[in-house]
Design a protein around this ligand. Structure first.
Ligand code: ADP
Ligand code: MG
Length: 339
């Protein structure tokens, strides 16, 4: 029998990878904002139209890219963030897989402008469905602007699967919150259909939370602080009386990355045991810092799950730290005064 196996062309491989990385417009927002942060931006601007279906643009004032790097950034497995496998366990960047831009460019119309400090001119690249349409020299400020239009233009099944503009906008706002909360010292602007809906100046953890969720949030917050050999914990929990029936204000950040962890969530719920109703969720904004060598982030292409070396210890520390904070701020009802 004749040989039948072939290597897939790059644009096909990219489109397949895109299926995992880009579920909806919010995934693009996440990847572009993370790149802006990795580039050392101090101001990040997010501009979207129609829930990101027609336009997503992220503008940063970070380090920018040379002409060669700008072109290379759209190749699969092209990254400036790791060099060798061991680097995966010493990450201090959001990105490391080198596949976001290649994936996005495979399924959208993309326009990038970028300039480094040293370069006198900027690079302007247009790519559609992995095909480079043009690469020109242009004039632009230092930093990078990535414009993504017509997401899933070449995958009708995915395009039709997108939800209403309102729902997609909600998902984008959720991603925006996560990134903005993870990086309080960076200033963020968010424009939806031409209106500025968020203007977050550079600030600290508490101010950022208040800026994102509104002035009333301030009185809800109980500080959490703990430093052990395994983990440093900072941030806030919300007083029990502010717990809600719906999920929403639950945030874990591990080494400045938003992560989802049902297991650690359970540790918080356990700490609130007896203080809130069984069917309500405590609010929390918890920043965990651990040795990068003790976690694995390369679990899923979206990088929102981590594997901890010692999950059980972390659970126990988290639970007792939160319990302690709740007690210290007298939010535990005085149940046993007469004992
Ligand atoms: P990763 O972030 O995993 O490295 P990406 O596909 O997201 O992969 O980006 C590829 C490379 O392009 C990055 O490693 C970085 O060098 C460069 N890059 C992407 N976005 C920016 C940006 N906003 N500013 C500067 N460089 C960028
Ligand atoms: Mg990236």
């Amino acid at each position: 029998m004749a040989d039948i196996i072939q290597l897939l062309p790059d644009h096909v491989a990219n489109q397949i990878a895109a299926g995992e990385v880009v579920q909806r417009p919010a995934s693009v927002v996440k990847e572009l904002m993370e790149n802006a942060i990795d580039a050392g931006a101090s101001t990040v601007k997010l501009i979207i139209k129609e829930g990101g279906k027609t336009l997503i643009q992220v503008i940063d004032d970070g380090v920018g890219m040379s002409a060669t790097d700008a072109r290379l950034s759209f190749e699969r497995h092209a990254t400036s963030k790791i060099r060798k496998a061991e680097d995966l366990f010493n990450l201090n960047t959001n990105g490391f897989r080198g596949e976001a831009l290649a994936s996005i460019a495979a399924i959208a119309h993309v326009e990038m402008q970028s300039r480094t400090e040293e370069d006198e001119v900027a690079t302007h690249i247009r790519i559609e469905g992995s095909k480079v349409i043009s690469q020109e020299v242009t004039v632009a400020p230092k930093g990078t602007s990535m414009m993504v239009k017509n997401l899933f233009f070449n995958i009708p099944a995915r395009r039709n699967f997108l939800k209403s503009t309102q729902v997609e906008l909600r998902h984008i706002i959720d991603e925006f919150h996560r990134v903005a909360l993870a990086h309080p010292s960076i200033s963020f602007h968010f424009y939806n259909n031409g209106n500025e809906i968020f203007n977050l100046p550079s600030s600290n953890d508490r101010q950022r939370i208040v800026n994102v969720f509104g002035g009333k949030t301030n009185e809800k917050l109980v500080p959490v602080k703990e430093e052990t050999q395994v983990v440093t914990i900072s941030g806030f929990i919300c007083k029990p009386e502010f717990s809600k029936k719906s999920r929403g204000e639950q945030f874990f950040f591990v080494n400045n990355r938003y992560i989802k962890s049902p297991y650690l969530h359970h540790a918080i719920v356990a700490a609130f045991d007896g203080l809130i109703k069984k069917d309500s969720y405590p609010g929390y904004f918890l920043y965990l810092t651990v040795d990068p060598g003790s976690i694995d982030i390369n679990i899923h292409p979206t990088k929102t799950e981590v594997k901890f070396d010692d999950e059980h210890t972390l659970y126990a520390i988290l639970r007792s730290t939160v319990k302690h904070s709740l007690g210290q701020f007298n939010v535990i009802p005085a149940l046993d005064f007469d004992q």
